[in-house]
Design a binder for this molecule. Structure first.
Ligand code: SAJ
Length: 440
């Protein structure tokens, strides 16, 4: 199939890079977002999200003359839906005493409805948003057919999951293998033709529900693997072991690859997507459910570590380094660091947060410091919550000059304990209760 014009609905972390990439590959692109301020920002040549290389790519796309923005769709050859699918915050499902989260599909529904008036015979519609199994056939398809056109006969419909890693989006968008699930073979083929425009990795055709499940399986597997790493960190503390050393040794086994513990699994994907399976089949997902609970409980273990270092937290001043959900991104969604800060404050600590990627973050209850120096100045302890490169590179004796704190607590294994101790810090690490005598 040949495509001239594409309408990309939802200009967030996935939609904006994807739309820009299509534009730089010669397609006429209309980027659509219901948020008028996003459209204004983009029209003025700015961008509203941080992703390495994205600013340049958007500028290049706009320079090509192929990239326009609007709050409403227009007729096009292809409609791509890249809107968020968070979970609902006010309601839960319940099965056998287990409470579970429910997907909020309202953005997918309204984006699909917005396409209906513009849908023409021969069009291709692709859903990229991570969604519960069967969303494409049971939710999106019936809405699109309100146009009077028949899916599979009059227009093509696919599910193609985005699988790019925040921080590496531009490279992975092009290089990664791409799964395209069609509601018919012809739909899958049309989707294949679309992504071939810029994807260098393999493009694999399958059915829509398989493609949905593949995406959820990937992120659920990662969540379960992070959960076991976090549980190992608790066991290591119980048994006087350094979990980081133990993981490194276990990973020498050719068939073992244990991930890293930390303050929890956050972000809008790993901490959300497993719930889509639980919601769809609560009676079949005990392990997936438990992994979510293990990861969500990890901030409490960070607070216990801080208590081990400081005793009572009442009126203690803590410089928290990092608030993002993972290293070197500005994204705070579902960040376990935020939960850690809340829990510390509940115990009476005064927490000053330095987040270099979002110094002006508006997070309820978190006092944002305007600089690293400001966060450190009056602190009793330094708590490292995110493995940002600039935090890994901090030099203990330079830090010692900026603070009266002589306690450093590392939740992400970023620092060298010897160096901190030599500089006069008491050094604590999550998952490490090994006695100094046996510490090599
Ligand atoms: N984390 C750990 N320990 C680890 C690895 C990660 O605690 O060993 C934590 C991170 O700090 C973070 C969370 O897990 O809080 C998730 O981070 P991540 O880097 O594992 O994943 P995301 O959410 O940034 O991106 C994932 C990716 N999925 C997989 O690697 C299977 C990405 O490819 C997906 O496109 C993305 O979800 C998505 O959009 O679904």
């Amino acid at each position: 199939m040949n495509f001239q014009k594409i309408c990309v609905i939802g200009l967030g972390y996935i939609g904006l890079p994807t739309a820009s990439t299509f534009a730089t590959h010669g397609l006429e692109v209309l980027g659509v977002d219901i948020n008028a301020s996003v459209i204004e920002t983009l029209r003025s040549g700015e961008i509203h999200i941080h992703e390495p290389g994205l600013r340049g790519l958007v500028a290049q796309a706009m320079h090509s003359g192929n990239f326009a923005f609007s709050t409403v769709p227009e007729e096009a050859d292809v409609f791509l839906i890249t809107v968020p699918t968070p979970f609902q915050t006010d309601v839960h499902g319940e099965y056998d005493g287990r409470k579970y989260r429910l997907a909020d599909m309202h953005a997918v529904i309204s984006a699909t409805e917005a396409i209906v008036p513009y849908l023409l015979k021969g069009n291709l519609v692709v859903l990229e948003s991570t969604s519960p199994p069967r969303t494409t056939v049971d939710l999106v398809l019936p809405i699109l057919e309100k146009s009077g056109l028949k899916a599979g006969a009059d227009f093509h419909l696919c599910y193609s999951p985005e699988r790019v890693l925040p921080g590496q989006i531009l490279r992975e968008l092009v290089q990664n293998a791409r799964i395209v699930g069609g509601i018919t073979r012809e739909s899958a083929r049309a989707g294949h033709d679309l992504y071939r425009i810029f994807v260098k990795g393999e493009i694999i055709e399958t059915d829509a529900t398989t493609a949905e499940m593949v995406k959820l399986m990937e992120n659920t597997t990662r969540d379960v693997n992070i959960a076991i790493a976090n549980e190992f960190s608790r066991l290591a503390e119980r048994f006087g072991v350094d979990v980081w050393e133990a993981i490194r040794l276990a990973n020498l086994h050719p068939r073992i690859n244990i991930l890293s513990p930390g303050p929890g699994a956050g972000g809008h994907c790993i901490s959300v997507d497993p719930w889509f399976f639980v919601e769809a089949a609560p009676e079949l997902t005990q392990l997936i459910y438990q992994a979510r609970l293990v990861n969500d409980a990890q901030p409490k273990f960070v607070v216990a570590k801080v208590r081990q270092a400081l005793g009572s937290l009442k009126d203690k001043k803590i410089a928290a380094l990092g608030l993002a959900y993972k290293p070197d991104v500005d994204d705070l969604r579902e960040s376990p660091a935020i939960e850690v800060v809340h829990l510390l404050q509940e115990e009476g600590a005064q927490v000053y947060v330095w987040e270099p990627f979002k110094p002006d973050a508006q997070t309820e209850g978190a006092n944002m410091a305007p600089s690293l120096e400001a966060a450190l100045a009056e602190a009793d302890a330094i708590l490292l919550l995110v493995r940002h490169t600039e935090f890994v590179n901090l030099i203990p004796h330079e830090i010692a000059l900026k603070t009266k704190a002589r306690v450093a607590i590392d939740t992400v294994n970023a620092w060298n304990s010897n160096e901190w101790q030599k500089t006069g810090f008491q050094y604590y690490r999550l998952g490490d209760n090994k006695s100094p005598i046996t510490h090599l």
